[in-house]
Design a protein around this ligand. Sequence first.
Ligand SMILES: Cc1cc2nc3c(=O)[nH]c(=O)nc-3n(C[C@H](O)[C@H](O)[C@H](O)COP(=O)(O)O)c2cc1C
Length: 317
Amino acid sequence: MDFLKRNFLFLAPMAGYTNGACRRIFRESGGADGCVSEFVYCRAVLSEAARVFEKMAFDDAERPFGIQIFGSDPSEMADAASLIEERLSPDFIDVNFGCPAPNAVGAGAGSALLRDVPRMSKIVSAMVGALKKTPVTAKMRSGWSLGEIAVPRAALALQDAGAKMITLHGRTKSQGYSGDADWDLIERTARSLSIPLIGNGSAEKLAAGSLRGSACAGFMIGRAALGNPWVFLKVRGEIEGREFTPPPPSKRARLALRYARLMCDGRDSGVSPENITHIRSQTIRFLKGGAGFKKARVEILKIKTLDELENILCGFF
Ligand SMILES: Cc1cc2nc3c(=O)[nH]c(=O)nc-3n(C[C@H](O)[C@H](O)[C@H](O)COP(=O)(O)O)c2cc1C
């Protein structure tokens, strides 16, 4: 994990949002220091289906970049990690021990594993044993519920199993995405480990003093970053004691257009019904709250092509 510098800021993986186009935008806007792929089921990797490898593909501009997988069987996870290392060479391979979605939990994976620390360890050590050069990392929640907190114990077990970095989302599986993340627990866990711990859970709301005094090696930001890559510059400013000036509407519009173009590979013919819906909603997120947003929103909801979007956004330049 040589790339990790103090106060490293990761864009959180968010399935359905943090695709390659999104990650490029976040790296280019100068805020996020690194990214992680949306999670991929290890059996999907082992199927070697082209669409699965397309989903995991990334551009060098996104590095440092980790590919995240989930599963419950140590040997399947090890085989999937080997295939990823061989074909894609990411900077690290991350294990998801936090997803609360029924499909992951039902497969005995994601946050379900927080109730089975020995299996978590077996997964990480099988992957470490199978990989030639790629570090194994893990992203976990604090536990299954407030009555079943798994850290620091589970994090220490993963460190012993060979994990090189842990990201801790300070909410339990039962909390889902609501309620406060437990930053005292995150800090305690960070202090108990010798490997770097990345703190996660509404990190952008931490006071400047808490960010600066943290035992975490860095922070990961999720929902607050959607449509707002500048949240990283704001947090960086707080850590370094610099003023942050929010971007003007012209800059927001240019970034929204860059995102739309990347989503379509620069070609209008690349606009599928599926991604035009996504582009509309993401453009609205980029512009939200700025001058001229309300009027543009009505127009953006009607666009069917990249040219139409460009015409609207040019009004902001
Ligand atoms: C829509 C959505 C999709 C997510 N997908 C993933 C995922 O694929 N892998 C993962 O580890 N976490 C995933 N997460 C969790 C985030 O990475 C992050 O841990 C969580 O949102 C807490 O951070 P925040 O409070 O900064 O949003 C997802 C969260 C959301 C809201």
